[in-house]
Ligand binder design. Structure first.
Ligand SMILES: [Fe+2]
Length: 215
């Protein structure tokens, strides 16, 4: 499927092969950052006007490292973040989100999925046939559940009920470059990922325990 309404620029770097994305609405020219994992100067060459908004996938430090730089440069930047962490961000414009919400930026309609498990405030954002998955879903596996606030049972429900049920040609844009390719469709990801082939929650928890033991 060829999209003519938006483009995505991907940048890699930050703490641990983080991905930083700039989403551009090609009709309104509004631009949206996904996370603040890389310095503003890295993405600045492709910015054509003040950045309109930033989608926060979760508040682990490596995903918001450079948020103050962005806010200093664009004081009116709209920070879109799950409601339980909105109070942690000191910005003029904060939009606290909840599961199922639709947000319009420029002419783009972004759908919010609250996907706790890797971290309580994890959110994924879908737009037509793509989804920004943060650390909830990577190419080849799910996010880990070893940080404070992680919950493997919750991750199962988030991944299996909200992400793997998206149209199978949906392409994921994850928070880190941990897989065999930067992006992948949901269908292909299930094919290559034992953690996405669990029969039920109990089986998933068992598979995650084995995965973590192997790290
Ligand atoms: Fe994380």
């Amino acid at each position: 499927m060829i999209n003519t309404d938006f483009s995505i620029n991907s940048f890699k770097g930050g703490y641990d092969d983080n991905f930083q994305y700039i989403l551009t609405c090609l009709r309104s020219r509004a631009q949206i950052a996904v996370d603040a994992a890389l310095p503003l100067e890295t993405v600045e060459p492709i910015l054509n006007s003040p950045l309109a908004a930033m989608l926060i996938t979760h508040t682990h430090g490596d995903h918001i490292t450079f948020i103050d730089e962005y806010l200093e440069a664009y004081p009116k930047l709209l920070i879109i973040i799950h409601e339980q962490s909105a109070g942690r961000i000191s910005a003029v414009n904060v939009h606290p989100t909840h599961d199922g919400e639709q947000i319009q930026i420029g002419e783009l309609n972004i759908h919010v999925l609250h996907t706790p498990g890797h971290f309580p405030d994890s959110s994924c954002y879908t737009l037509e046939n793509i989804v920004f998955t943060g650390d909830t879903l990577f190419v080849g596996r799910t996010g880990r559940t070893v940080s404070q606030g992680s919950d493997t049972g919750q991750l199962y429900h988030s991944v299996y009920e909200k992400l793997l049920t998206l149209p199978q040609d949906t392409v994921i844009y994850p928070g880190h470059d941990y897989g065999q390719s930067p992006t992948i469709s949901i269908a292909k990801n299930i094919d290559i990922s034992p953690l996405l082939q669990a029969e039920n929650e109990k089986d998933f928890i068992k598979r995650m325990a084995a995965f973590e033991a192997s790290r």
